[in-house]
Ligand binder design. Structure first.
Ligand code: NAP
Length: 280
């Protein structure tokens, strides 16, 4: 039951009706016996500053932040942690002693998803397709976790230059360039960070010369709908270990849950609710 003592968390976005986070977090709070509630907070563009001030005024202990507010929100916060600064986006706020502190849990969430599958990162090489917001989080998370080198294949290298300037150790190629195809032989992890293959565009995939990919490479897609993209299906057929975007979504939620509660959530409860809601 919600009472005056119930701790409040929310998700600020526009729209937020489709978000799976309220169901996932409320189930995890209940499973942990925590008197917390997680509510959708639909905030129109133009209303973000007031919404952040509102978190403080209404006694929220934190919030998630989603599209389209993840970058703009940074200017309204009191502190921003190092990873969120390098990603350039905040997806989680903790309100502590009246101060709003911004984090990016996508970065750590992706690494936790890899670890759940026993995919190691330290000293390895990753090859990514795409250089947008999700790719930045993956790059920051993998560097924090000790990856050695990252190579990005993109359709538009000039747009991705900023990412290679912001992170030492990242090189960017046109994904049709032979030099990029050559990098596949040394990849330990291959990651699709583009929306290619996401519903309803199921027939799309980034271009991979599967014969050139290191046989032992793990192949990941940040997309979770559908659970098996054309990209992952091809990887499976070649015998690679695969991981879809469900792990990252649940992983980012688990990191946020820990920031708000100091407790480890039951990941299996979050995964169960996630799958159930996604099917609807
Ligand atoms: P974004 O910021 O828009 O970046 C998309 C990237 O993909 C850019 O590099 C873009 O290249 C490239 N791209 C887009 N359409 C393309 C096309 N038709 N052909 C070739 N390249 C294309 O998007 P994002 O936020 O990074 O999200 C990327 C994917 O990750 C989405 O599918 C999203 O749902 C998923 N995601 C999953 C999670 C999770 O928790 N599992 C979290 C975040 C994102 P240009 O710069 O040339 O446009």
């Amino acid at each position: 039951m919600i009472t005056g003592n119930t701790k409040k968390v929310g998700i600020i976005g526009w729209p937020v009706g489709h978000s799976l986070s309220p169901a996932m977090h409320n189930a995890a709070f209940a499973a942990a016996g925590l008197d917390y509630v997680y509510v959708p907070l639909a905030v129109q563009p133009g209303g973000l500053k007031e919404a952040v001030d509102g978190l403080r005024a209404l006694g929220f202990i934190g919030a998630n932040v989603t599209i389209p507010h993840k970058v703009e929100v940074m200017q309204y916060l009191d502190e921003i942690d190092r990873t969120a600064r390098s990603v350039g986006a905040v997806n989680t706020i903790v309100v502590k002693e009246g101060k709003c502190i911004g984090y990016n849990t996508d970065a750590q969430g992706f690494v936790e998803a890899l670890r759940q599958q026993s995919i190691t990162v330290e000293g390895k090489q990753a090859v990514l397709f795409g250089a947008g917001g999700a790719a930045r989080a993956v790059v920051a998370g993998l560097f924090d976790a000790g990856i050695k080198k990252m190579i990005l294949g993109v359709r538009n290298p000039s747009k991705a230059e900023v990412l290679s300037k912001d992170f030492t150790g990242v090189s960017v190629f046109d994904w049709y360039d032979n030099a990029f195809v050559d990098t596949l032989a040394k990849a330990d992890i291959l990651i699709n960070c583009t929306p290619l293959g996401m519903a309803p565009n199921l027939a799309e995939t980034p271009p991979v010369v599967w014969q050139r990919l290191n046989r032992a490479a793990a192949v990941c897609d940040l997309i979770y709908n559908p659970p098996l993209t054309k990209f992952l299906a091809a990887a499976k057929q070649q015998g690679h270990v695969t991981l879809n975007g469900e792990g990252m979504l649940i992983g980012q939620g688990a990191v946020a849950f820990r920031l708000w509660t100091g407790r480890q959530p039951d990941i299996s409860v979050m995964a169960y609710i996630f799958k159930k809601k996604l099917k609807k």
